[in-house]
Design a protein. Structure first.
Length: 205
């Protein structure tokens, strides 16, 4: 039964669209092009994606070879069905925004459970981490640009833009809390929440 392609399946199909290759070649290319920074490259994830794609007949084993005492390596090739599904899903993902889960966004919905004094240093710490990540990823893009075309790095540019936007938002939030434009009293917040919960409990009875 065919399932919706995940980002790992898309990555494998994209590589095989360039030509047949074995998993080790795929890993090497992903690292060379800095895709591992986006995909959180793990050998298991790559092989699981390959298994799913073979099952759905989007790729097929082309040959198996052995180099000395090394384990056998299977070379895979994309099928006609795989090419069709790859372009269909890629077009859909690029065109239609999806609401993706964010641990940070979920945590921010509970920021009220910290006092402003507690929240400030945590937000400042996050801003510091974001600055470091932006610098690190920017350096990575600069280094990779000597080996690949810019079109192969646009997803890294997008990520850096998202990080910069988050950093600007966090800095603005820090400034608002510091100035007193954004303030809350945790004791009153909890008191009001308990009162509402008690009221709802009586209503349900």
């Amino acid at each position: 039964m065919t399932t919706e392609l995940g980002i790992w399946e898309i990555a494998v199909l994209a590589l095989l669209r360039e030509g047949p290759m074995h998993p080790y070649q795929m890993q090497s290319l992903l690292r060379l092009r800095h895709k591992d920074e986006i995909l959180a490259l793990k050998r298991g994830s790559l092989y699981h994606a390959i298994v799913r794609l073979v099952r759905d007949e989007f790729i097929a084993a082309k040959s198996t070879s052995r180099n000395g005492r090394r384990p056998e390596r299977t070379t895979y090739a994309i099928t006609a069905a795989g090419r069709k599904e790859f372009t269909r899903v890629l077009r859909q993902i690029i065109a239609i925004p999806r609401r993706e889960s964010s641990e940070f966004m979920a945590a921010m919905s509970f920021l009220v459970h910290l006092t402003p004094v507690e929240a400030m240093p945590r937000l400042e710490e996050r801003a510091h981490h974001l600055e470091n990540e932006i610098a690190l990823r920017s350096a990575g893009v600069s280094a990779a640009s000597a080996h690949v075309l810019r079109i192969n790095l646009v997803e890294s540019e997008y990520l850096i833009a998202i990080l910069n936007a988050e950093l600007a938002w966090v800095r603005n939030l820090i400034a608002e809390i510091a100035s007193g434009n954004l303030s809350w009293d945790l004791k009153n917040v909890l008191k009001d929440a308990r009162a509402i919960a008690l009221k709802d409990a009586h209503y349900e009875e």
